[in-house]
Structure formats: C-alpha cells, structure tokens
Design a protein around this ligand. Structure first.
Ligand SMILES: Cc1cc2nc3c(=O)[nH]c(=O)nc-3n(C[C@H](O)[C@H](O)[C@H](O)COP(=O)(O)O)c2cc1C
Length: 246
C-alpha cells in the first residue's frame, strides 16, 4: 500500500459539510488535476464550471431535486461534455464538425468527463476535503444550461460538491470482488449468489448506520432502473446539439 492506494481504497461520498470555505490555492490544484487528465484523441472535449456563489448553488440543489449538500458545500463543479470548443477548432481547419451528432461522440465526451470527475475527487480528497458526485444535474438539464449559460454543443453530464467534512460518512460496501473482476473472459456463474449475499450485506450496513429505510441492492437498483428516471436528459441533450443521428 501507499498513500495513493490508501486514498482510493478509502473512497466514500460525503454529504455532511461545514460552511468553511475551500482555500483558493487548493481549488486551483484540484481543477488543475482534472485539466491534466487524458482525453480521447487529445480532443479535450471537457470543461468545468466552478460555482461558489451561494445563490447559484442553492438553485443547483433545487434543480437536482432538493439535495441540500449541494447548497451547503462551498464549491460545486459542473463537468461538461464540450464539443463547442472542438467545433471552433474544426472551423479553423476548414472542417464541419459531425462527431457531436453520434453516439460515439457522446460516449467519448462522457468517458472523458468521468475521468475528469475522478481526478477532481481524488485531488480534493488528497487535500483532506470531502466530495460527493452529482449526476442529478441531468434531472432538469435545461435549468442547468440556463443557470450556467451553457452554449450549444455543451452538456452537463455530472458534477461534484466539494467542502470540509463535518462528520465523515462510513464506507459503503460493494458487491463481492468476484462480481467485478473477470480474468480473461466474462463469467456470469455465481452472480445470483453474489448479489444475494450483497443484498444482505447492504441491508446490514443500512441498519448499522441507523437507516431503517435502507433497501437491498436488488430492490434499490431494480426500482431505479425500471423507469427512465431523468426523462429530460435526451431532449435537452438534443436541443444542445447532441442529436445522436448515428
Ligand atoms: C456519476 C455519479 C452520480 C452520482 N449522483 C449523485 C447524486 O446526484 N446525489 C448524491 O447524493 N449522490 C450521487 N452519487 C453518489 C453515489 O450515490 C455513491 O457514489 C454510491 O452510493 C456509492 O457510495 P460511496 O460513494 O459513498 O461509496 C453519484 C455518484 C456517481 C459516480
């Protein structure tokens, strides 16, 4: 083990923040960690919007469906897929950009945004700050587009709230490693048993932390994935120019 692995193995999302501000030098170091992250084709189709303004964070908390930790944490960073800047480059080269109209383009942008998110989280946690990723930016993406004045060909895929932690969250258990790591080829054997075991582990975890309403993983995931929980994601992405024709 080393410090990096210890940090990664101790990952947990924090939602209980103090209102102590995040030091500007720390915030810059966190942003620069994501700026340095790799991107597909060096296309750099990711941008960040750093939000410190309390009123704007309060509005983001609302748009995310009422998540108080977004308003409470002093910093929120929205991570955008950004094919706006690549289109400027394409025009300079006398080309018309098409990639934003394809599933490939959206996949590339979303993967790169995920890598940037991971860098933001690791960097912030290495400085002793707490983080919680926020996908609920896609609950009302038009509201986010308007609030952050996002141009066409950008889309807010994810964000992260960053701040000083009041009470650290416990580490949430995961599915058994055998349901995650496959050597050489994918193996489905043992999956139902692994999930059954994890359902019990997760219910025990909720009880241990005093959450009497905690569902098993099967119930929770099955419930969430039985419906399109963010129906505005696609129409707003299309309005932003991500028409996914191909
Ligand atoms: C892409 C992504 C989006 C997420 N969106 C939210 C969110 O909107 N609100 C929230 O409270 N947690 C959100 N989370 C946090 C997950 O709920 C959390 O990572 C998961 O329950 C595992 O818990 P842990 O991070 O504490 O280990 C998100 C996590 C990821 C990776």
């Amino acid at each position: 083990m080393n410090d990096t692995l210890t940090l990664l193995h101790s990952h947990h999302s924090d939602r209980d923040f103090t209102d102590a501000p995040v030091d500007e030098a720390d915030l810059s170091a966190v942003v620069e960690a994501a700026h340095r992250a790799p991107t597909s084709m060096n296309g750099q189709q990711v941008s960040l919007v750093v939000v410190r303004d309390p009123a704007r964070r309060a509005r983001l908390a609302e748009l995310a469906g009422g998540q108080p930790w977004i308003a409470r944490a002093p910093v929120f960073i929205a991570v955008l897929v950004d094919f706006h800047k690549t289109r400027v480059a394409a025009a300079r080269a006398g080309k018309e950009q098409a990639i934003h109209r394809s599933l490939e383009g959206f996949t590339v942008g979303a993967v790169d945004a995920g890598i940037a998110l991971a860098s933001l989280m690791v960097a912030a946690r290495s400085l002793g700050l707490g983080v919680v990723p926020i996908g609920s930016l896609r609950r009302d993406p038009q509201g986010v587009v308007d609030l952050l004045r996002l141009p066409k060909l950008t889309y807010p895929v994810v964000g992260v709230a960053i701040g000083h932690v009041a009470r650290p969250a416990p580490r949430k258990p995961r599915l058994p490693l055998a349901a995650f790591r496959h050597d050489e080829v994918y193996r489905s054997e043992g999956l139902p048993e692994a999930i059954e075991a994890y359902d019990g582990t997760l219910v025990d975890y909720w009880r241990t932390i005093g959450r009497t309403d905690g569902l098993s993983w099967s119930e929770n995931t099955g419930g969430a994935y039985s419906r399109l929980y963010f129906p505005q994601a696609r129409p707003v992405a299309e309005r932003q120019g991500f028409t996914l024709e191909q």
